[in-house]
Design a protein around this ligand. Structure first.
Ligand SMILES: NC(=O)c1ccc[n+]([C@@H]2O[C@H](COP(=O)([O-])OP(=O)(O)OC[C@H]3O[C@@H](n4cnc5c(N)ncnc54)[C@H](O)[C@@H]3O)[C@@H](O)[C@H]2O)c1
Ligand SMILES: O=c1ccn([C@@H]2O[C@H](COP(=O)(O)OP(=O)(O)O[C@H]3O[C@H](CO)[C@H](O)[C@H](O)[C@H]3O)[C@@H](O)[C@H]2O)c(=O)[nH]1
Length: 330
């Protein structure tokens, strides 16, 4: 049995690949077009198939050749404000291409799917922490494009007798504790990555997008989950599905929110650098606060996070950012 990881050369997918290899999984195949990922992010024992998830011939051939039973689908476009300016690009990348992938995968014999969804499906939730059974109400095209894929997967699984786990990630951050991977995306927009770049002088300043939100300090609240903890959630989901477990939709977060200003304080404290911070207007598409109801994944899958500590997450992100600089990468 082998696993196909789409987007495995990207930030989170590469940590899933490491988790699979660390756990002794015999064969890991990555399908990635390297649009935002890097072949050097993959360990040598992994097979990289370079191509598009919507290439149904390639997907079917890959699944049959490697006798793949499980698909972990990470490949996507992921930047919320870009989805506001280019909604059709996001619906193509995240919805239309996922439809083609799911169809080809089921046709070629895949039995289990793990899908990378997002807290963005909840939009601006009335309840915080947000439970999985709250009716989704995304407020940006990114969240909508992902929610439609959740629905397609649910319907296709029911019709074709496959099982799935939808994982709704909250804000993913940090890096492999052993320093083998991290977030390498050029022109990154994610808060912790951008703040570590400001601390290292790769950026002149950090902008805070919005200080007039209805939150304790006026900046947005997010639930930051460490990337290897998230990869472990995928491993336990895979074992659950292969063991005959039922389909599930689960939040992936720690259940605690930090404001943008609190995150900046931690980055300044960990790095020891008091980098310039500019207070700017709100960014389009941002919900004010989003924190995971985090009990269900523990109860259903027995997932136990190991890195639930913002200082540790920031320390890892900073170490990775320094390593990228030393290697002259990004
Ligand atoms: N980063 C976060 O905080 C976050 C939060 C919630 C959900 N997610 C989801 O996690 C997943 C992974 O995100 P990431 O942060 O690792 O992003 P990333 O950009 O680092 O990784 C995406 C990977 O997919 C590849 N890819 C993109 N389109 C492709 C296509 N059509 N065919 C083949 N490969 C393609 C890219 O080259 C890249 O390697 C995404 O589905 C994203 O929506 C991320
Ligand atoms: O330079 C920056 C970057 C971000 N922010 C703020 O920091 C918060 C977090 O922003 P990120 O860009 O780090 O992350 P998002 O919450 O926009 O989105 C991330 O988490 C979501 C789930 O909550 C999605 O899944 C999405 O893929 C992923 O990018 C937001 O309030 C944003 O406005 C700043 O103030 N300055």
């Amino acid at each position: 049995m082998a696993v196909l990881v789409t987007g495995g050369a990207g930030y989170i997918g590469s940590h899933m690949v490491l988790a699979l290899i660390d756990a002794g999984h015999e064969e890991v195949v990555v399908l990635d077009d390297l649009s935002t990922g890097f072949d050097w992010a993959l360990p040598p024992e992994v097979t990289l198939v370079r191509g598009d998830v919507a290439d149904q011939t390639l997907v079917a051939e890959t699944i049959r050749r490697h006798r793949i039973d499980a698909l972990a689908h990470f490949a996507a476009k992921i930047v919320v404000p870009d989805s506001v300016s280019d909604p059709l690009g996001y619906y193509l990348a995240n919805t239309v291409k996922s439809r083609a992938l799911i169809e080809a995968a089921i046709g070629a014999g895949v039995r289990h799917v793990i899908f990378s969804s997002t807290a963005a499906v909840y939009g601006e939730p009335a309840v915080v922490p947000v439970p999985e059974d709250l009716t989704p109400n995304p407020i940006n095209p990114y969240g909508r494009s992902k929610l439609m894929t959740e629905w397609m997967l649910e319907d296709a699984a029911r019709a074709h007798g496959i099982s799935y786990v939808v994982l709704r990630y909250f804000n993913v951050a940090g890096a492999d504790p052993r320093g083998r991977s991290g977030q390498s995306t050029p022109n990154a927009t994610h808060l912790i990555k951008v703040a570590t770049q400001a601390a290292l002088g790769k950026r002149g300043q950090l902008e805070v997008f919005g200080t007039d939100y209805p939150t304790p300090d006026g900046s947005c609240l997010r639930d930051y989950i460490q990337v290897s903890d998230l990869a472990q959630a995928h491993l336990v989901a895979l074992n659950h599905l292969r063991g005959g477990g039922t389909s599930l939709t689960l939040n992936c977060g720690y259940g605690r929110g930090y404001s943008v200003l609190e995150v900046i304080d931690v980055v300044k404290s960990v790095s020891g650098v008091d980098f310039p911070v500019k207070l700017s207007p709100r960014r389009p598409g941002d919900p004010s606060r989003i924190v995971a109801g985090a009990d269900r994944i523990r109860a259903e899958l027995g997932w136990v996070p190991q890195h639930d500590d913002l200082r540790e997450i920031v320390t890892q992100a900073l170490a990775w950012e320094e390593a990228l600089g030393r290697r002259n990468r990004v």
